[in-house]
Design a protein around this ligand. Structure first.
Ligand code: TXA
Ligand code: MG
Length: 363
């Protein structure tokens, strides 16, 4: 299959006739059961008609994704929510008012309109209204309901740029809309509204605090930061070793000097052994590291910058054939949990806790 790559811009998509035509074409492909990758504010999505079971099957095939891992249905207006769910609880309306369009996905009871192929056999459905203008125009042109996982091959970091989508999907899908680099860089926050208490199943840009201001107390799925493989996450996709780079990633946490010393020592040992070492540093520490590849994720206090660069850095390590990687740890208050959740998965929960002189290794 020939994959058509078309450039579109968020600011011109409504007015430029050529770009408008590209969106119409994307809509036609979706309505005919084809697949289109598109930018959202979080990461690129791999879209198909959410109400067409064949399209959902094609999405799983293109990603190489297990079909018990449900897809998120993307909508462009609030009215589109009602036909695909059994009921719209008051909590969903409040969240929609506060955070839609935006990086929040809600789990609700599905209606008969949504095929089980889209929900991985579940009787609930994940719904999100993205804020990206290209995504919204495409969803409308495509009939209003677009099932879209992140547009990466299953197990790879989610794509933050169209070139990474092309790397994974070229020849497997009909079209890629290239809208440039995404804004947020980590997938949406997922909140389950089907139980008595709302529960965060995946942390993201919309934090627990932000949700609690709207809903009151919100629970957090205990598996989000835990390495205990006996716990079963409520979002089926969270059980897979996601976001994995090709090399071995280890997170080193603790006080700054101890972290820098430990990473430098391990970097040296591995380099001597013939490994190509990559380090995820911060603005504050980058100059203090010695390794083949040192990447700066941003200023430590700037969690949004770190979130935005994380997947790009992991992809760049792959491109540069890095075999052993170390990252500082990010336990900040806002997006820190989302960053740490993705990093822990990428590292297979391999963390070294440094204490001033001795080291304790945890698996
Ligand atoms: O930001 C995002 O959410 C991106 C963009 C493209 O919108 N999409 C995305 O989709 O991250 P995906 O498929 O990579 O991740 C969806 C997650 C999976 O962990 C899946 O298990 C969970 O959502 N999920 C989907 N439907 C669910 C449901 N009914 N119940 C529980 N978890 C669900
Ligand atoms: Mg994904």
């Amino acid at each position: 299959m020939q994959t058509k790559l078309v450039r579109v811009s968020e600011t011109e998509v409504a007015s430029d006739p050529e770009q408008r035509k590209a969106i119409e074409k994307a809509g036609q492909i979706l309505r005919e059961g084809g697949l289109v990758a598109f930018p959202t504010e979080t990461v690129y999505g791999l879209g198909g008609d959410a109400l067409n079971r064949e399209s959902s099957r094609k999405i799983y095939a293109a990603k190489g994704r297990p079909s018990d891992n449900p897809l998120i249905v993307h909508i462009a207006c609030l009215e589109a929510l009602y036909p695909i769910v059994e009921e719209v609880p008051e909590s969903a309306l409040r969240l929609a008012k506060a955070f839609w369009p935006g990086p929040l996905t809600m789990i609700l009871k599905k209606s008969g309109l949504v095929p089980f192929e889209t929900t991985g056999g579940l009787d609930t459905v994940a719904v999100r209204m993205p804020s990206d203008a290209i995504a919204r125009a495409m969803i409308e042109a495509g009939g209003g309901y677009v099932a879209a996982p992140s547009a990466n091959t299953s197990g790879k970091p989610s794509p933050t740029q169209a070139k990474y989508v092309a790397e994974d999907m070229d020849g497997k899908i009909d079209m890629i809309l290239d809208g440039g680099a995404v804004c947020i860089g980590l997938e949406s926050t997922i909140v389950d509204l089907t139980e008595e208490r709302p529960m965060i199943l995946r942390p993201g840009y919309i934090t627990k605090d932000m949700l609690e201001k709207v809903l009151g107390e919100v629970e957090v799925d205990r598996t989000i930061l835990s390495a205990d493989s006996g716990l079963k996450p409520k979002a089926p996709g969270m059980k897979y070793r996601h976001y994995a780079p090709k090399g071995e990633l280890t997170i080193v946490s603790g006080e700054e000097d101890a972290v820098v010393d430990t990473i430098n020592r391990l970097s040296k040992e591995n380099t001597v052994r013939g490994e190509k070492v990559g380090i995820i540093a911060t603005q504050e520490t980058r100059e203090r590291y010695a390794a083949a590849v040192v990447k700066c994720a941003g200023r430590r206090a700037d969690e949004e910058a770190i979130a935005r660069s994380l997947y790009t850095i992991l992809r760049e390590f792959d491109d540069e054939d890095v075999t052993v990687m170390y990252s500082e740890s990010f336990e900040g208050s806002e997006m820190g949990q989302a960053i740490m959740n993705r990093l822990l998965k990428a590292a297979g929960h391999h963390v070294i806790e440094t204490h001033k002189s001795k080291e304790k290794e945890e698996r």
